[in-house]
Structures are given as structure tokens and as C-alpha cells.
Write a protein that binds this ligand. Structure first.
Ligand SMILES: Nc1ncnc2c1ncn2[C@@H]1O[C@H](COP(=O)(O)OP(=O)(O)O)[C@@H](O)[C@H]1O
Ligand SMILES: N[C@@H](CCC(=O)OP(=O)(O)O)C(=O)O
Length: 371
């Protein structure tokens, strides 16, 4: 039994080196192969999403650039050129199998904003319901270094969380995860099964082995951990393995399966976990830590010792333990300014300080996720 045999909704991610044949240009044959398999899986009633890298590598080739530029705007220009090639290739290969594709370019800001997150989610669900394959990439043109997903492994996991996928398949240029980078260590052992989130895996995984791929194995391991947060298992497999998707779908064990031990989190809580950047944070005292962690209670302002940042009501903020480590995330009932006024105070004093009475909790339990 593979992770995919009973998976209904599947996100498949393919890396730059595979898609562009190590930078030689879009690999039409590889995309034709995946398209055929995806169309067949869709006919079985599975819902599929493709996260495809390769825009920068393809753009560089089209522009005649032989070395990867350092300047961000040149990388962005290359991505814009190359994305045309990707979109064209997926559409033509999929339509040969009676399936349409749809281009979806996402940024971190799209997933950090609740409304845009919900819009992205419902668009993707609608496309899948119409048997259209969304082909997703990062919207490289508009992002800067600080707000980049950077590697598409992370984006693949966030998309899996966004649509509550049952499985994430990461296709790459290796058979799966080895105990060390097989390019450097010929004695590396193949790992066929493990639990996503096991810290031992992070020690095994190194950076990218080629000059084309960005993330390497470590971003895939972290992506599996992130996907497991919403209950999705991950398979890392060789993208050129014949009929890899069909065989996985039929239950064959191929590649490395990273199982999700965690049960599915409610979508709204998952959205909070997926926030890569917080608008603010509050530090709490030891008593409040016990209430949150030990007793499953809400966070009250009386336990707050410090308020950081300029957040609004409804923003996701981090809850820090006295030593500064992140203990939880949640939706703030008060702005940063209001929180500073009511920190350390009992709720009976809120009306006097704020001029109105509102919720007694700074973060209600229902809107709080422990890390
Ligand atoms: N423990 C490991 N097991 C397998 N591959 C590893 C490991 N550590 C590092 N790598 C490297 O990660 C590379 C895959 O990552 P990357 O080049 O970013 O591919 P992609 O473009 O598919 O994302 C492999 O070619 C390999 O050299
Ligand atoms: N958005 C970029 C992909 C970033 C990247 O290199 O991802 P990956 O090859 O999956 O590690 C592109 O399309 O070129």
C-alpha cells in the first residue's frame, strides 16, 4: 500500500532540474509523460494540482544567458519569459489528453492574507471540480528576497495545506531520500519509509546537488513536515521513473514515503500555522504558559508581559514563552496599541482603560494553535 492508494486530492511538485532537463530547455517528453498520468488519475476521480518550477531556468535559456544572474530583477525577468514556455507546454500536453490546465501564480502575501487565501483556495477547488489541472508557480515577478517562498517545495506544502490535500508528491532527480547526499557519499543508504517531522531526516538531508535546483533535499524534508501538519503524507520520488504517478496511485511503494502522524487540523487553524511572517507577538508569563499548554485555556491579557509590533484586531500574532521561543499562534482580539494598554490587567479594568468593554481574551482558545 502506498501513501497514494487511497489519496483523493493530490499535489504533485516537480523541480527545475527535471522540468528543464538540467537547464537545457523544457523537457517536452517529461511533461508529456506526467500529463498523460495526471489525466489518467483525474479520470479515476482524483483531484490534482501541479506545482511546477522551471521558469527561471527556461527563461535563461530563451534569453541566451548561460550563468544564473545575481540581480533579482534579472531573475524576475527570466522567470516572466520562462513561465510562458511552461504554461504553453502544460496546456498543449494536457489538452492532448482531454484535460485543461490553468495557470496560478502565488506569492507569500497571497497566502498570508485571509481573504486572498480563501480566494486562492476556492479557485483551486473550483478548477479541480471542473477537471482542470492548476499549474502553480511562485509569482517571481513581484516578490523580493524577504518575502519569497524561494523554493517550490515549500510552496507545494503550503498548497497541500491550502486545499487540505491527502498527499504531496515531490518528484526530483533522485530516487528519494538517502541517509546522505548520494552525489557526495556513494555509501548512502536509501530510506523507503519514515515519519514526516522526524528530526533525524533533517540531519540526513543536504542542500541542492545541482546548480539548477534551489532547495535540495532539506526543503523537501521540511515541506513533508509542513504538509504533515494538515494530515498529508509526502512521497519523494524520481520524476523519470516510468509511470511513477500511475504506479504510486495503484498502490506501489516507490521512492521515500514520509507519513503524517498528526491528525488533520481544521483549515482555519492550519492557515495560522502556515503564516510565515507574523504581524506581531506577545510575550507571556509562566502562569499563562501553564494555562495555554497544560489546561487548554484562552490567552488573557493579564498574562501578557510584553507586546511587540503594530498589529490590528484579526491579525495572526505569535505567542512567546518567557524565554522568547514561539509557543503558539493565534488571531488577536485587540490591536497592538490596545494590547499594550490592557497587558497585565484583569478584564474588569478593560472598559476603564479602553473606553469600551470587549472580549476578556486577547486570543480565544478556538483561534489559538499551540506550536
Ligand atoms: N540525503 C539526501 N538524499 C537525496 N538527495 C540529497 C540528499 N541531500 C542532498 N541531496 C541533493 O538534493 C538534490 C535534489 O534537490 P534539488 O536539486 O533542489 O532538486 P529539485 O529541482 O527537484 O527541487 C539531489 O540531486 C541531491 O544531490
Ligand atoms: N519559481 C522558480 C522555482 C524556484 C526553484 O528553483 O524551485 P526548485 O527547483 O523546485 O527548488 C522557477 O520557476 O524558476
Amino acid at each position: 500500500m502506498s501513501l497514494l492508494s487511497s489519496a483523493r486530492r493530490i499535489v504533485v511538485k516537480v523541480g527545475s532540474s527535471l522540468v528543464t532537463n538540467e537547464g537545457r530547455g523544457i523537457d517536452a517528453e517529461a511533461i508529456a509523460n506526467w500529463s498523460r498520468q495526471l489525466a489518467a488519475l483525474a479520470s479515476e476521480g482524483r483531484e490534482l494540482i501541479m506545482v511546477s518550477s522551471g521558469a527561471i531556468a527556461e527563461g535563461m535559456k530563451r534569453l541566451g544567458w548561460t550563468t544564473r544572474p545575481k540581480e533579482l530583477h534579472e531573475l524576475q525577468a527570466a522567470a516572466a519569459v520562462g513561465q510562458m514556455g511552461l504554461a504553453q507546454m502544460y496546456e498543449s500536453q494536457l489538452s492532448a489528453h482531454g484535460m485543461h490546465s490553468a495557470q496560478v501564480l502565488l506569492t507569500h502575501a497571497d497566502l498570508a492574507d485571509r481573504e486572498r487565501y480563501l480566494n486562492a483556495r476556492s479557485t483551486l477547488l473550483t478548477l479541480m471540480a471542473h477537471r482542470v489541472l492548476p499549474v502553480i508557480n511562485e509569482n517571481d515577478t513581484v516578490v523580493n528576497d524577504e518575502i519569497k517562498f524561494g523554493d517550490n517545495d515549500t510552496l507545494g506544502a503550503l498548497v497541500a495545506n491550502l486545499v487540505e490535500a491527502d498527499a504531496l508528491v515531490i518528484l526530483t532527480d533522485q530516487r528519494g531520500l538517502y541517509s546522505a547526499d548520494p552525489r557526495k557519499d556513494p555509501t548512502a543508504r536509501f530510506i523507503d519509509n519514515a515519519e514526516a517531522g522526524d528530526p533525524e531526516l533533517e540531519r540526513m538531508a543536504g542542500g541542492a546537488g545541482s546548480s539548477i535546483g534551489r532547495g535540495g533535499m532539506i526543503t523537501k524534508i521540511l515541506a513533508a513536515k509542513r504538509a504533515a501538519g494538515s494530515g498529508a503524507g509526502t512521497v519523494i520520488a524520481w520524476g523519470r521513473e516510468p509511470d511513477v504517478l500511475l504506479r504510486l496511485g495503484a498502490g506501489e511503494a516507490i521512492g521515500t514515503a514520509l507519513h503524517a502522524a498528526t491528525p488533520k487540523l481544521a483549515a482555519r487553524k492550519q492557515w495560522m500555522v502556515d503564516h510565515l511572517q507574523m504581524r506581531g507577538a506577545v510575550r507571556i508569563d509562566a502562569g499563562a504558559v501553564t494555562k495555554l499548554r497544560g489546561e487548554g485555556k484562552s490567552l488573557l491579557p493579564i498574562g501578557v508581559t510584553e507586546v511587540q509590533g503594530d498589529f490590528h484586531r484579526g491579525d495572526v500574532i505569535a505567542v512567546l514563552a518567557p524565554d522568547g521561543s514561539e509557543l503558539a499562534r493565534g488571531l488577536a482580539n485587540y490591536s497592538g496599541t490596545e494590547s499594550r494598554l490592557i497587558a497585565r490587567k484583569p478584564s474588569s479594568e478593560f472598559e476603564g482603560v479602553l473606553g469600551y468593554a470587549a472580549e476578556p481574551e486577547l486570543i480565544h482558545r478556538d483561534n489559538l494553535v499551540l506550536r
